[in-house]
Design a protein around this ligand. Structure first.
Ligand code: GLY
Length: 400
């Protein structure tokens, strides 16, 4: 009798002290939301106290926060992070901040000298349109899509990423460089067609995705960073890298942009070739011999000093977010499980910073560009963006 009673007591103890898997998921999400709110409260308090609109991107070597001007390719991520925080918490205190930081980017809608307007306006205005009910943002989104479309080179069938006549890009001998990152700009074009009824933007996006599919991938389904086209004939002039280790190496964030970009293309077109490509990239990444056990890649899968090469948390976060979307189209393939593992690892003390540290960014250990000697093993606002977006997507999927 005594044994039975004590067994019962132990069972009761286990039942009451151990949470169900569902509860553990909820706790995981809440714990991350608490952290995001705490860091963003510190960050926005700093900005508001300055009396200016500051746009944090990363930290400098001395640990101070580095802010960017509005025409920087990363200017949309911080406003996006505040929209996502609003969406995750439902707390209206974030709304005026998200609006203010977003509307500071108004003139970006006219930006025509690089392709990143999709990141910039997508993360800020498009999120405001979707999450903040800001229907008046529609005109900015459409205008930005028009600006991006001016970079479409019809004979080559691509949107030119960088101008080839100035800056460090001007020294490479390119005519029409297209980087895999450009796949991330297509969402803006698809949305602009949905909002305006003008199919031109959608058609440009599809053409760009198809040309990229044809030329940017190797036989093993990894992608090059840069393809240089002849804008008159469409001939491929070169296949190179700018931010990877070598022309033939596998730059980690490039693979993340590709898997995310093709998943988005599938969302708007339902063309199975795009989802197939995303699956092929998944197989490449997650079977790669150099992918660490915690699924956070080295900055390049062929980096020379593995296992001592810096990791890139931004690539992991972007991939996780893409995998949640892929899992909604292919629920039996285990993509959500992989994404959950990445998110769990990124949420561990190995990658998620303590509140009040890390320049008030969420994640540590990303890489901007090692060949340029820039932003090595630092926080990046886009690592945070895709991590928070991933968390939101996870929460939505877990609710089902
Ligand atoms: N779009 C630039 C980068 O991924 O670093």
């Amino acid at each position: 009798m005594r044994t039975t009673l004590s067994t019962l007591a132990i069972s009761l103890f286990i039942l009451t002290s151990c949470n169900s898997p569902k509860q553990m998921e909820t706790d995981f999400i809440q714990n991350n939301i608490d952290n995001i709110v705490a860091q963003h409260t510190l960050q926005t308090d700093l900005i508001e106290q300055s009396g200016k609109i500051l746009n944090p991107r990363t930290i400098r070597k001395d640990g101070s926060i580095s802010y960017v001007p509005i025409n920087d390719w990363c200017s949309g991520f911080f406003p996006g992070n505040i929209w996502l925080t609003y969406e995750l918490t439902g707390d209206k205190k974030w709304l005026p901040l998200a609006e203010k930081y977003t509307e500071d980017l108004d003139s970006v809608k006219h930006l025509k000298w690089h392709h990143d307007v999709g990141f910039m306006i997508g993360c800020s205005y498009l999120n405001g349109y979707r999450m903040g009910g800001k229907k008046e943002y529609k005109d900015v989104i459409i205008e930005a899509a028009k600006s991006l479309s001016t970079r479409f080179r019809p004979h080559a069938g691509v949107i030119q990423s960088w101008d080839a006549d100035k800056g460090w890009q001007g020294k490479r001998g390119w005519k029409c460089p297209v980087i895999i990152d450009n796949m991330m700009n297509l969402e803006l074009l698809f949305e602009a067609t949905a909002l305006s009824g003008d199919s031109t933007f959608h058609n440009v996006a599809v053409k760009h995705a198809d040309t990229t599919l044809k030329h940017q991938f190797r036989n093993d389904n990894s992608c090059y960073h840069v393809i240089d086209y002849d804008p008159q004939t469409g001939e491929v002039r070169g296949k190179q890298t700018a931010q990877g280790y070598a022309h033939e190496s596998i730059w980690a964030r490039g693979q993340a942009w590709a898997i995310y970009g093709y998943t988005v293309c599938y969302r708007y077109t339902k063309d199975k070739r795009y989802l197939d490509q995303a699956e092929k990239i998944y197989d490449l990444i997650f079977k790669h011999k150099n992918l660490p056990q915690d699924l956070v890649p080295y900055w390049d899968y062929d980096a020379p000093n593995i296992p001592n090469a810096p990791r890139d948390a931004s690539a992991a976060a972007c991939t996780a977010s893409a995998l949640y979307e892929m899992s909604s189209y292919l629920p039996t393939k285990g993509y959500k499980l992989t994404a959950d593992q990445i998110m769990e690892n990124l949420s561990s003390p190995a990658y998620r910073a303590k509140v009040g540290t890390n320049g008030n960014f969420i994640l540590m250990h990303s890489v901007g560009s090692i060949p340029h000697g820039a932003e090595i093993d630092v926080p990046l606002n886009y690592a945070d963006y895709y991590f928070i977006e991933g968390l939101m997507r996870k929460r939505n999927l877990d609710k089902k």
